[in-house]
Design a protein around this ligand. Structure first.
Ligand SMILES: NC(=O)c1ccc[n+]([C@@H]2O[C@H](COP(=O)([O-])OP(=O)(O)OC[C@H]3O[C@@H](n4cnc5c(N)ncnc54)[C@H](O)[C@@H]3O)[C@@H](O)[C@H]2O)c1
Length: 442
């Protein structure tokens, strides 16, 4: 069967390559000419896709990348994996879903399966995608062609839970739509749970991410309490609670939410809820706590500088270790490191650098002209030249002992230095009862 994948990012490209590896003819469509040129040149930009697999499916002709929707002509199935961001005011932005639906609609044929995978609020498949496809194609979803929603669960960088062994959920417009969509997706992910409608599957995905956001906010709040109290390490508390084999799931504090999902998806539901005169209080409360975290980290850095003073002439110097939003990946989207750097530079007279072996540069989008910031190498001499080193993303590639041996002062937001030999008093760990100095506590 010819399969078309619309949007070749973290979700779409691995799916396209997987289907091509199964022997399907795959058309990959993306509006970014740069991405299409790279794919045509077998230049991989997604860590979860193996370079060898990409080369093999491109060279065999099974995977053809294109910027034009005409490429999806004669497809048996079309899968939409485009971004679903929020606007500046955190309202859902369905521009990409709408334009992808308009792009594929002229090529919808009888019996075709159309699956939306982008994360979105309940009713999007039925109230946004379906009318566009029906209006332009002149065909009826559920009778002429099949329409379903199936949320994506890929966790980039996770080698234990992959698309091959993580169950997926499918909700079709009709039973037949669900059957056709799940038969297709089961070729990649054999464990499929069918639910009664697209809107159940849409809300299920939001529940997964809101669940994480709320639980992360809970431990973040406890981390700040532990810092205030002193003497209790929240990481030890969570690990102790996690020995209970039922009714508890460990979540850990951190410098703030990052990535394309957890900081954004909850707003899709709170926006929808307002239409029903309903306030989603858990979402609001957890957003408030989580969004405060980068500011809290800046406050901790300032306290260290205030108590210890700067040993540098001129501006205090701070080094951020890890800019990607999670460990061992290069994904910088909505990283809390950005907010920490922005607030440090704009509200304090601090010089900030960063070191990240995976995400080696980014644009400072909060500044006019978006200047590029590049990672430093992170040599022992460099580490020693900063007043404070801030552990933001605990990549395995960092030499933690080397950092501990050379840094003047460390603020650790990940408990990454536990078990590392380090000089007394030079580390403050979020949630470890140590953000306040002994003097302040008294
Ligand atoms: N990244 C994840 O871990 C993850 C996990 C689960 C769900 N999701 C959801 O999956 C969806 C896609 O996320 P992603 O991480 O792959 O995004 P991404 O930004 O990595 O990739 C999206 C791609 O779509 C392209 N695109 C944008 N508008 C388009 C259009 N109109 N037509 C064709 N291509 C278009 C972009 O150029 C980009 O290459 C989002 O809704 C996201 O919330 C992502």
């Amino acid at each position: 069967m010819k399969i078309s994948i619309i949007g070749l990012g973290y979700v779409g490209l691995p799916l396209a390559v997987d289907f091509a590896k199964k022997g399907h003819q795959v058309a990959g469509i993306d509006i970014s000419p740069n991405r299409i040129d790279r794919l045509k040149a077998c230049d991989n930009y997604i860590d979860d896709v193996s370079d060898d697999d990409l080369v093999s499916v491109v060279k065999s002709g099974l995977f053809i990348a294109s910027t034009t929707f005409e490429a999806c002509k004669d497809s048996g199935a079309v899968i939409i994996c485009v971004p679903t961001p929020v606007s500046e005011h955190k309202d859902p932005d369905l521009t990409a879903i709408r334009s992808a639906s308009e792009g594929i609609a002229p090529y919808v044929t009888a019996g075709q399966i159309v699956i939306l995978k982008s994360t979105t609020f309940p009713t999007t498949t039925e109230n946004v995608v379906q009318p566009i496809l029906e209006r332009i194609s002149g065909m009826k979803a559920g009778s002429d062609f099949h329409l379903a929603y199936s949320p994506e669960r890929v966790d980039p960088g996770n080698t234990k839970w992959t698309t091959a062994n993580t169950p997926i959920v499918v909700g079709g417009l009709t039973e037949e739509c669900s059957k056709k969509a799940s038969e297709l997706l089961a070729e990649i992910t054999p464990n499929v749970k069918i639910v009664s409608s697209p809107r159940v599957a849409e809300l299920e995905k939001l529940l997964e991410n809101i669940f994480r956001s709320v639980n992360i906010a809970l431990v973040n709040e406890m981390a700040m309490l532990c810092d205030r109290m002193g003497g209790v390490n929240l990481w030890e508390v969570v690990d102790a609670a996690a020995t209970k084999p039922f009714g508890f799931m460990p979540f850990y504090p951190g410098p703030g939410l990052g990535g394309h999902c957890i900081p954004i998806d909850p707003y899709y539901l709170s926006w929808l809820a307002r239409k029903y005169d309903f306030e989603t209080s858990f979402i609001t409360l957890s957003a408030k706590t989580n969004e405060q975290m980068p500011f809290y980290v800046v406050e901790a850095i300032q306290r260290v500088l205030a108590n210890r003073g700067s040993e540098t002439v001129g501006k205090p110097r701070v080094l951020i270790l890890g800019a990607a939003f999670k460990k061992n990946v290069d994904d910088l989207r909505h990283s809390p490191a950005f907010k920490i750097i922005e607030v440090l530079e704009q509200t304090t007279s601090t010089h900030v650098d960063f070191c990240d072996p995976h995400a080696t540069e980014f644009k400072k989008e909060w500044l006019p002209d978006n200047p590029v910031m590049k990672s430093i190498e992170g040599t022992p001499e460099q580490i020693a030249s900063y007043d404070v080193v801030v552990m933001v993303t605990d990549h395995d590639a960092f030499d933690y002992q080397m950092v501990a041996d050379n840094a003047r002062y460390i603020v650790d937001t990940r408990n990454a230095f536990s078990g590392i030999r380090l000089p007394e008093n030079n580390i403050k760990v979020l949630g470890a009862g140590s953000f306040l100095s002994h003097e302040q506590k008294n």
